[in-house]
Each structure stands twice: as structure tokens, then as C-alpha cells.
Design a protein around this ligand. Structure first.
Ligand SMILES: [Fe+2]
Length: 230
């Protein structure tokens, strides 16, 4: 409904979450302590689907079941705030395809071909970032300047202004996936049973139908927005 009202068409992947357009985000013991959406733990700053060539412009999270007693936060850093803290020279190097991001364990389990992304820039447009902290790294060919730029990015993220949102039952948090980074922080769990049952509904969307059309070749011919090509 929200995607329809904002004219931002939904995105899904055949090899992800059984091809669902609506993802159930909950803890799965198999992915305990991993950097995947099914983890019960914290997530480092990232964009979703960093390693994949087709990435959502917006990510929406709806609180289905969540205990306010547990302090679990979605952290958010605006790309503009990261950019402000990045040296001009670093920005230039981050705009080159000298970086790679390995796919996460959950993606690899559903598609054995998903090992590493193609080499990609970390910075695009004005303040679009493609980055998963601790996972995105430099390619073997990258010169020392690119490695220094990656180091500078880590400093910029540390310095950037951050905000935190607690998604309680009935709350909808919708944010720019690529023009920002987000994380998950667990400050305090008072009710571990509720924490295990925490459930968010997640959707991916494009900023506009025109933006979706740019990825036409990746989609099922009868279902725009449904990625079948890898
Ligand atoms: Fe995420």
C-alpha cells in the first residue's frame, strides 16, 4: 500500500526469501551471529543487497511483533553526512570500480553462484554508497590510494551523525537504502522470549517506475521488479 501510494514499485529476487516481495525478518538459529537479515544479533553499517547488481532505492520495515521492553535499534547514517567527512581525494578513489563485496551466507545458501560481487565503486551519484562494513573490501588490483580511501571511509562513518529508530508494533520505517547506511544495534534485552519472536515485514522498492525500467533485463518478462537473472 505504501509503495503504491508513493509510486515506488516493489523489488524481489527469485533466489532470495523464496522469491517473496514481502520478507519476514525474524531470527533463525541457523543464522545466529551472522551478518544476514535472519540473524539474532547486531548488524554492521551497510546497504541491503550490497553485492547484487540490482539494489533497492528504498527499504521499508513494518513492525509486526516487537517488545518495547527490548532496546533493539535500527541505526541510520545519511550519505550526505558521510560525504562531509570524506576527503576530496578519497571521494575520487571511492568512485572507481576497485572494490568488491562478498555475498552473505544467506544469499550463498540460496544460490551457490553468489560468491563475490563484480568490482564496484563504493561512491556513486552525489552521496550514494555501496558498502557493507567489514565485508566490502578492495580488489587485488587496487592501488594503495584506493586502500587509503577505504580507510578514510571508515573514519568518515565513525564521525558521521547517526540516528536511531526503534521499530515497535505498527511502526513503519521507510528509508533510502543506497543514499545511506543502516545497522542493527542491540542495547538491552529484558525479555529474551519476545526478542526471539521479533518479527518485521520488509519490502524493497525502486524510487520510480522509470528507475525500475533500467533493470528490465534482469526481470521476469511477465513480472517487472522480479529479478530472475543473476
Ligand atoms: Fe539491512
Amino acid at each position: 500500500m505504501f509503495a503504491q501510494l508513493t509510486d515506488s514499485p516493489l523489488l524481489a529476487y527469485r533466489t532470495r526469501n523464496n522469491g517473496d516481495f514481502f520478507h519476514d525478518v525474524y531470527a533463525d538459529k541457523k543464522y545466529s551471529n551472522t551478518q544476514t537479515q535472519k540473524t539474532d544479533g547486531e548488524l554492521y553499517f551497510h546497504n541491503d543487497r550490497t553485492a547484487h547488481p540490482v539494489r533497492a532505492d528504498f527499504l521499508s520495515l513494518l513492525g509486526m511483533r516487537s517488545s518495547e521492553e527490548n532496546l533493539i535499534y535500527t541505526g541510520y547514517v545519511d550519505g550526505r553526512s558521510i560525504l562531509e567527512n570524506l576527503k576530496a581525494e578519497s571521494q575520487e578513489w571511492l568512485r572507481k570500480s576497485l572494490f568488491i563485496t562478498p555475498f552473505d551466507d544467506y544469499s550463498r545458501d540460496s544460490n551457490i553462484n553468489q560468491i563475490d560481487s563484480e568490482p564496484h565503486p563504493i561512491l556513486g551519484n552525489i552521496h550514494t554508497f555501496r558498502y557493507y562494513d567489514t565485508r566490502t573490501t578492495y580488489t587485488p588490483e587496487a592501488p594503495i590510494e584506493a586502500i587509503k580511501a577505504l580507510f578514510d571511509l571508515k573514519i568518515a562513518i565513525t564521525k558521521a551523525k547517526k540516528s536511531r529508530v526503534s521499530i515497535n508494533k505498527g511502526d513503519l520505517f521507510s528509508f533510502a537504502n543506497q543514499d545511506s547506511l543502516h545497522n542493527r544495534e542491540i542495547i538491552q534485552i529484558k525479555d529474551s522470549v519476545s526478542a526471539e519472536k521479533r518479527w518485521l515485514l520488509k519490502t524493497y522498492s525502486f524510487r520510480s517506475p522509470e528507475e525500475m525500467d533500467k533493470y528490465y533485463d534482469y526481470f521476469d518478462a511477465d513480472l517487472p521488479g522480479f529479478v530472475v537473472a543473476e
